[in-house]
Design a protein around this ligand. Sequence first.
Ligand SMILES: N[C@@H](CCC(=O)N[C@@H](CS)C(=O)NCC(=O)O)C(=O)O
Length: 213
Amino acid sequence: MSYVLYYAPGAASLAVHWMLVELGVAFRTERLDLAAGDQRSQGFLQINPSGRVPALVIDGRVYTESAALLMLLAERHPEAGLAPAIDDSRRAAWLELTVYLANTLSPAMRDWFYADQDGEPADAAAIRRLAQRRIEGAWGRLSTLLGDGRPYLLGDLMTTADLLATMLMRWSRNMPRPATPWRHIGPYVVRMRARTAFQDVCDREGLTDWRND
Ligand SMILES: N[C@@H](CCC(=O)N[C@@H](CS)C(=O)NCC(=O)O)C(=O)O
């Protein structure tokens, strides 16, 4: 089995990169500089015609979409226990949460960061306002979920949903209302950032902010 991850520092590829480190499997990376436009190079467009990261090449075939890649990796490495098994009573909550993060929070993040590029620049302020409302709504929902004192989003089991959620929380660090001041999110983020694999992936990607140390 071989893995090659196309990533850009701190981008949607971060959760997948983190997962590969958590799994302790062998993998290779190809780094893209999004500011320099590497994602629009002919070479990368042949890998992923949508011109976005992450792209994960598994045994020679390319797969994309961070949430799908996390679920796929969890299925390929069940011994890591990063997803509830199919007959586990927490499975439904894991699917629900993953789809919520990928379907509601993640597109709002895209709108926040790419409003000028994906739409008309004249509409960008209105798009950002709506995105901000949706993003802050998500922090409220996740904080409520964590409010019963559970260490991870699904309870005692840390799953791929935590990797995805933490990456999305990180993206909010310079927004008007970042995720971390939400009452139950702050301690959760500290717990997630304390993971050796998180610190390792930050080192690999050269991410110096939003760390515990
Ligand atoms: N839904 C995709 C979103 C991927 C995405 O939008 N990636 C951004 C980085 S966070 C990207 O590649 N942007 C480059 C561009 O759009 O030019 C996923 O979760 O994998």
